[in-house]
Design a protein around this ligand. Structure first.
Ligand code: XMP
Length: 522
């Protein structure tokens, strides 16, 4: 399942190592264009021809074309006669390779900048008018000083006289700024002008189409074989399971390993949704005694993770043997997990990121993999989930770590502590939903702290547990900002927790961003 049928218009994005290359793909897909990201040095002519793109985009990157060893676009990109859009570093290598001059040592422009539109071209059509001043997002040190033959300037800024350049005859365009980031307000429209206007893409990449094609592909791959899928109740495994079920019905069995460290009512909801509503064959194994037993006395976070990972595989294999084995193992691998990455220096090392999701994969199992979400980004998985009729409370759910509440209980994990934490967490999430904040926040949860503090309730002294509340905004979990709740909200939640959860008498709010903190406490 590595490629999509040839009838879709495709754009090839050559990655020069920018932090925001994935956003180019996101913007294109939002406008209905199928695209793939390849390292700039993994695009030989034969591979490009087989992919048959309607245009090529060169991403930004950290290198400088003024340095001898810096990355270059493959010659075939130019020989193909396809339209090209170069962004930031991509613009500079485009200019350099076509006979222009790029120099370093100019004032660095970083962040918000204003460009003046001095001309027009198919990229600006209907978006930027000649004479207008427009906001863009820049991040560069080098700049073009002499344009290559055939090019003209369409927009300029103080730091970048060649902010947007065009060669209409060859259909080559270059931007010094990043149209793919939201800080360039009209960036998506400019990109759309390139893909739809210049390259002639029709916007034929839709989730309804993806659903039908993927179902056909699953059927072709699996035939009459049997498939097992580890269901965790999270978005990815849920969408994969429902899609597989639609494709192969009872040839699919889902195994839900319940480690006793799920949130309140989660296990019941998984069973209700998948077995009762979707009619999927579901094995629900309550292994909480086993997991909590083996976690007894363990306080080291890494050791907790290892124990849970190992037990998960053991239990999964046991259940899988009980149902007589299977030919295929389904996994909810996503596109960001399989994008080949370019090293930070733009050098030749090309690695494939490995997928690590405790909710999924017994390693070393001799089964073929079925990965129906391999081509999708996380928010596309959500769109597909809605398309498949999966309830919003699952599709829109915050991420939840494979080891579950174990890594939200610093110190030893016990059933009593897990029960306390579930109560705290559900009050907190209930209030977040009631305040209409759930979808604005990327992830919110409570942590049960390994300390007891003194309090007073009524006439009595209490000596109970403390908890921390955490809420962050993020786009991918790699970096995160704490969510700035208003104090009234926090006070209300704290009041409810201390009054309703017997055993917790103090509430704190975690205001650490990532980095330097992590999102989870362990
Ligand atoms: P951190 O704590 O590293 O978390 O900032 C980043 C994101 O990853 C999730 N996370 C995990 N997910 N298994 C998972 O499936 C794990 O072991 C794990 N550890 C952290 C975390 O919830 C956050 O969304």
């Amino acid at each position: 399942m590595t490629s999509t049928p040839a009838q879709h218009d495709r754009i090839l994005i050559l990655d020069f190592g920018s932090q925001v290359t994935q956003l180019i793909a996101r913007r294109l897909r939002e406008s209905g264009v199928y695209c793939e990201i390849w390292p700039y040095n993994a695009a030989p002519e034969a591979r490009i021809r087989a992919f048959a793109p309607k245009g090529i985009i060169f991403s930004g990157g950290p290198a400088s074309v003024t340095e001898g060893e810096s990355p270059r676009a493959p010659d075939y990109a130019f020989a193909s006669g396809l339209p090209i859009l170069g962004i930031c570093y991509g613009q500079q290598t485009l200019a350099h390779q076509l006979g222009g001059t790029v120099e370093g040592g100019h004032a660095r422009e970083f962040g918000r900048a204003v460009v003046t539109v001095t001309g027009d071209c198919p990229i600006t059509q209907g978006v930027w008018a000649k004479g207008a001043q427009e906001t863009v997002w820049m991040s560069h040190g080098d700049r073009i000083t002499v344009l290559p033959p055939g090019f003209r300037v369409v927009a300029e800024s103080e730091g970048a006289p060649f902010a947007l350049i065009a060669d209409d005859a060859r259909r080559y365009y270059g931007t010094m700024f990043h149209p793919e980031v939201v800080h360039t307000p009209h960036g998506a429209a400019l990109l759309r002008n390139f893909t739809h206007g210049v390259c002639g893409c029709t916007g034929d990449w839709t989730m309804a189409g993806y659903r039908a094609e993927t179902i056909a592909k699953i059927r072709a791959q699996v035939g009459k074989g049997r498939v097992v899928c580890g269901l965790s109740g999270g978005v990815d495994s849920s969408v994969a399971a429902v899609l597989l079920h639609e494709a192969i019905g009872d040839q699919l069995t889902c195994i839900y390993v319940d480690h006793g460290l799920m949130r309140a009512n989660e296990s019941a909801q998984v069973v209700k949704t998948f077995r009762d509503r979707f009619n999927i064959k579901l094995v629900h194994r309550d292994a909480s005694e086993l997991f909590l037993g083996q976690l007894s006395g363990v306080t080291d976070p890494e050791q907790k993770r290892k124990i849970i990972g190992r037990l998960f595989i053991e239990v999964f294999e046991e259940e899988q043997n009980k149902i007589g084995g299977a030919d295929f193992l389904a996994q909810g691998t996503l596109y960001p997990d399989v994008i080949e990455s370019v090293s930070a220096t733009g050098g030749p090392s090309v690695t494939i990121k490995s997928h690590h999701n405790v909710g999924g994969l017994p390693e070393g199992m001799r089964m073929q993999l079925v990965e129906p979400l391999r081509e999708l980004f996380k928010d596309e998985v959500r769109v597909l989930g809605r398309e498949l009729g999966i309830p919003e409370e699952i599709v829109g759910r915050h991420p939840f770590p494979g080891p579950g509440l174990a890594i939200r209980i610093p110190g030893e994990v016990t059933r009593e502590k897990a029960d306390l934490l579930r109560q705290v967490d559900s009050i907190y999430l209930e209030e977040i939903r009631a305040a209409g904040l759930y979808d604005t926040i990327w992830q919110a949860f409570a942590v049960l702290l390994p300390v007891r503090t003194v309090g007073v309730m009524g006439d009595g002294r209490t000596y109970d547990m403390a908890c921390a509340l955490r809420a962050v905004t993020s786009t991918d979990g790699m970096t995160a900002e704490f969510y700035p709740f208003d104090m009234g909200f926090l006070g209300r939640v704290a009041n409810r927790i201390v009054n309703e959860v017997r055993g917790v008498n103090r509430v704190t709010y975690d205001i650490t961003s990532k980095p330097p903190g992590t999102i989870e406490w362990e």
